[in-house]
Design a binder for this molecule. Structure first.
Ligand SMILES: [Zn+2]
Length: 55
């Protein structure tokens, strides 16, 4: 009986250099191009610098 210890719940990123990628839809992914693991990151709201779009 083989039991392979799986570490899928690993929160730590791998040792490869992580990098950000933005697709043509403007979505930003953060992950490792070597492992081909990408995680969609939500775009941060623009800082309130006095500009406010009227409703
Ligand atoms: Zn990696």
């Amino acid at each position: 009986m083989r039991r392979k210890p799986r570490r899928t719940a690993q929160r730590r990123p791998c040792r490869h250099p992580q990098q950000h990628e933005t697709d043509w839809l403007g979505r930003t992914y953060f992950g490792c191009p070597v492992c081909n693991r990408w995680k969609l990151t939500k775009p941060k709201h623009a800082p309130a610098d006095g500009k406010r779009l009227a409703a």
